[in-house]
Ligand binder design. Sequence first.
Ligand code: PHE
Length: 341
Amino acid sequence: MKEKLEHIRQHAAQDILRAPDTGALEQVRVAYLGKKGELTLLLKQMGGIAAEERPVVGQLANAIRVDLENMISERSRVLGEEALNKRMIEEALDVTIPGKRTPLGKKHPITIVLDEAKDIFIGMGFEIAEGPEVEDEYHNFTALNTRPGHPARDWQDTFYLSEDSRVLLRTQTSPVQIRVMERKKPPIRVISPGRVYRKDEVDATHSPMFHQLEGLVVDKGITMTDLKGTLVQFVKMLYGEDARLRFRPHHFPFTEPSCEVDIMCFECQGEGCRVCKGEGWIELLGAGMVHPRVLEGCGIDSEVYSGFAFGIGVDRLTMRRFNINDLRLLFENDIRFLSQF
Ligand code: PHE
């Protein structure tokens, strides 16, 4: 009996050490220690041996069972460790492999200049207002003191969206002035950047869609000096201290008096060259004191309040800022061009 037990111990020990994985190890355990395992079956034959030998054999069998169980758990630990090491090697990440670069987008030059312009005006206490690009004739023309039959309303210049000329693509950001004054009473200090549309043929300085930045200030005691000071300060902050402005008398139906403002050509410093078409100056914006009729139309007492307004050509502002000589470059969206800014 003892020999048989020792025999089982030896074979089981070998099988345990050879088990290649935890599945095989479990089979070995069942084969020897399970309910129908070799050791268990052998012990069931204990009845056949002499009574005085039973305790000794029983003890030995128990010791063997404990030994084998210990061996199995040790083997299981080793197998687990091996499997983990193998996985770590197989699934290792090479952190030294160079990454794949995703090309990053950039701000469009118009957006860069608009953001700078907004920062400057916000610093002066302006708020940002928005208005629709699809406008009605009342806000785009009538409320801006532009009478029926005025040349600015011409079908040749304006994209009308309805047969009766009531709905159109705004030709200027000035209708936002009206929308602001309808909502809010003075003091008013707003800017409103956005797209505008006119029936222009595309060339180096024209596009049927372009950008304006409208400004409106209404309060007690606002004068033309406030207008000049604001615009000169804005241009110097954007372009530097030596930027020079020229104010020329002009006409707009919704301002009185009105002016156009030019900036000294960055290329020739006023001498006249190709960029400024020999003028020495480049037109940048229209402006003026808000016409009393416009204020009154919005329910603002023009005896008490006055204001100024301006409309800056943002695309021109951008071209001058980056020395871009063709407007079309701003709208063609060629990545090779845009990635330079
Ligand atoms: N809306 C005018 C234009 O498009 C510019 C302007 C704005 C003039 C505000 C005066 C006051 O030409």
